[in-house]
Design a protein around this ligand. Structure first.
Ligand code: CUA
Length: 349
């Protein structure tokens, strides 16, 4: 009894570590178990089907094993070799046929759904087209029907089919919004992957890059924000409005000459870096620093997050391609001012 308790005691730290690890999986909006749209629901059905089949197999196999262990155990005084059933034709047929049948039951709906969910409905009527482009280490979302590009936060109207076209600007990434749909790669050979998502529920759904793509793969987070049609239309209008630049003309000039060579605001700037239009309305800075509008643990005002990012981009996202603002000649004070300007750059929708 004493010994057994000691063994349990030795296992306790291990249990603690496991529960700690599992608690890391507790983000509700990052779970395939809480589907928010038809694709994720269909995929959860597949998970349930395979788990049910496996449960039945486990129960039956363990029941038979237990029965055999008890029934055919060696009795006292029993010395002869028991009857051998090796090569029993009937048994061999049974344990080949049953697993085959189970694999078929699993395969038919799985293959059906794999093809259905990967179908190209880019040109279907009434869809909202979104071109998703993975970059090290951020996501670009282009809406060709509206001539709008944004980054890190993909706005979608509820109850609409969103047709996605997935590409990469550099290496292999994988687009994954657990509560809306399974993963889809962004291929490096120039080929395009298609899928579609939709949701009847307004809300914010967290997405992740699901393919190890470099130093900051783990920080390549993004959000899908589902809003009503009216808000979506307003957002499109606001995205297309003329750029708002810093009020201070000297700062505006510096911002244009340095930041806007890669980034864009409104109708100005370039597109090799994330679009910054309406930064103040986003829930994160760089996809990973949470703004206080999320109400999530560890969130901070957008301005503080922007200062943190601009003061040390490498510290927030190792391996990112943005030149350090200080190396571009921005002083601490100017970084502060840029952060203030971007945090106040909000979109009405
Ligand atoms: Cu992109 Cu991992």
């Amino acid at each position: 009894m004493m010994k057994r308790w000691q063994a349990v005691k030795r296992l306790l730290p291990l249990l603690a570590v496991f529960s700690l690890l599992l608690s890391g999986c507790g983000r509700e909006d990052l779970s395939v178990l809480r589907p928010q749209g038809p694709v994720a629901e269909g995929q959860l059905d597949l998970i349930k089907l395979s788990i049910s089949i496996m449960l039945v197999v486990i129960i039956v196999v363990f029941a038979i094993a237990t029965y055999v262990l008890i029934k055919f155990r060696r009795k006292p005084g029993q010395n002869e070799v028991p009857e051998q059933v090796e090569g029993n034709f009937k048994l061999e047929i049974i344990w080949t046929a049953i697993p085959l049948l189970l694999v078929l039951v699993l395969a038919v709906p799985t293959i059906q759904k794999v093809f259905a969910y990967g179908e190209n409905n880019w040109n279907d009527e009434g869809v909202v087209q979104v071109r998703v482009i993975g970059h090290q280490f951020w996501w670009e979302f282009e809406y060709p029907q509206y001539e709008v590009k944004t980054a890190q936060e993909m706005l979608i109207p509820v109850d609409k089919e969103i047709a996605l076209e997935l590409k990469t600007a550099d290496v292999l990434h994988s687009f994954w919004v657990p509560s809306l749909a399974g993963k889809m790669d962004t291929n490096t050979d120039g080929s395009v992957n298609n899928m579609s998502i939709s949701t009847p529920n307004e809300g914010t759904y967290i997405g992740k890059c699901a393919e190890l793509c470099g130093a900051s793969h783990g920080f390549m987070e993004f959000r899908v924000k589902a809003v009503d049609q009216e808000s979506f239309d307003q957002w499109v209008e606001a995205m297309k409005a003329p750029a708002v630049l810093p009020e201070d003309t000297q700062l505006a000039e510096k911002f244009k000459n340095n930041c806007l060579t890669c980034h864009a605001v409104g109708d100005q700037g370039g597109f090799s870096g994330p679009n910054l239009t309406g930064m103040g309305s986003r829930e994160t800075v760089a996809g990973i620093l949470l703004n206080d509008t999320t109400g999530e643990e560890g969130s901070k005002p957008a301005k503080d997050n922007l200062v943190e990012w601009l003061s040390d981009p490498e510290g927030v996202k190792p391996g990112n391609l943005m030149p350090h603002p200080k190396e571009l000649g921005f002083s601490d004070e100017e970084i502060e001012q840029i952060a203030e300007y971007l945090a106040n750059y909000k979109l009405e929708y």
